[in-house]
Design a protein around this ligand. Structure first.
Ligand code: CAA
Length: 261
């Protein structure tokens, strides 16, 4: 397994656990973290033994407190523009990960931290988690998709409230507003996320990818286009061995044995 400078990667059975590992800066997301995540998630994607991933933060305090302000403070506009700063988070990280992954948010998820959590297929949060887009307090705005994904997750009213005031919301508010799928006791967070990931990993892998793709398509399409897209994906997935196995196993009252074919 590759040794990374900014993250830890561990395979537990068929689940890959990735931990952001810059606790001294509350796991602030610099270009090194991005490069490591792109590499680690590409390896996860390519490894047939791995069926789900979990991303969490090291330390007890933060999932990630945002993009690394110390990396950005001296950069000028030409550098941000020439580097197309932040593009890799969507183009090379999120879009290329077609297998499922969960964000296990263990503390502050602010700015880029909230944005990375929202890149996950869903979020499981500790009851100590806090979410926010405080970029306005730095004289800027979110740059890794926060204004767009937050509106889709919680609606315009709350997204605007969070972006314009820079306030944080606690886990209960995040759950009530639909940002997170589940809130669990802080000490149970990793177990709960790993159990959810193991359950996903026990499903037919092609079906998992197709479910993810179809749900994500809801963000891009009209209802009519989305329903047609889902129906086509359903029809395509019926060509898999795992469809035959899954349905036969149900009828024969036994557990299915997936092959990923
Ligand atoms: N970038 C770089 N370093 C950071 C950081 C960040 N986003 N967040 C925290 N740190 C560092 C601090 O500088 C501090 O380092 P030193 O000990 O070397 O001074 C260390 O982490 C611990 O932080 P604090 O002492 O501030 O801890 P605290 O408990 O008092 O406060 C906090 C915690 C409220 C999260 C506070 O650290 C904070 O407000 N952080 C910045 C949050 C933020 O503004 N995030 C948005 C960043 S911009 C962005 O993300 C743009 C985008 O859309 C992609």
């Amino acid at each position: 397994m590759t040794d990374y400078k900014n993250i830890l990667v561990e395979q537990r059975g068929n689940v890959t656990l990735v931990t952001l590992n810059r606790p001294d800066s509350l796991n602030a997301l610099n270009t090194g973290v991005l490069a490591d995540l792109i590499d680690a998630f590409a390896a996860y994607e390519a490894d047939d033994t791995q069926r789900c991933a979990v991303l969490t933060g090291s330390g007890d305090k933060a999932f990630a407190a945002g993009a690394d302000i110390k990396e950005m403070v001296e950069k000028d506009t030409a550098q941000f523009f020439n580097e197309d700063f932040f593009a890799g988070w969507t183009d090379d990280f999120t879009r290329r990960t077609r297998k499922p992954w969960i964000a296990a948010v263990n503390g502050f998820a602010l700015g880029g931290g909230c944005e990375v959590a929202m890149m996950a297929d869903f979020i499981i949060a500790s009851d100590k988690a806090r979410f926010g887009q405080p970029e306005i307090k730095l004289g800027v705005l979110p740059g890794m998709g926060g204004t767009q994904r937050l509106v889709r997750a919680v609606g315009k009213a709350k997204a605007m409230d969070l972006c314009l005031t820079g306030r944080m919301m606690d886990a209960a508010e995040a759950e009530a507003s639909g940002l997170v799928a589940r809130v669990v006791e802080h000490d149970r967070l990793l177990d709960e996320a790993m159990e959810a990931a193991a359950l996903i990993a026990s499903m037919a892998p092609l079906a998992a990818m197709a479910n993810k793709e179809a749900v994500d398509a809801a963000f891009e399409n009209t209802l009519d286009q989305g329903i047609k897209y889902e129906r086509r994906l359903f029809q395509v997935i019926t060509a898999t061995d795992d469809k035959t196995e899954g349905m036969k196993a149900f009828v024969e009252k036994r557990d299915p044995k997936w092959t990923g074919r």
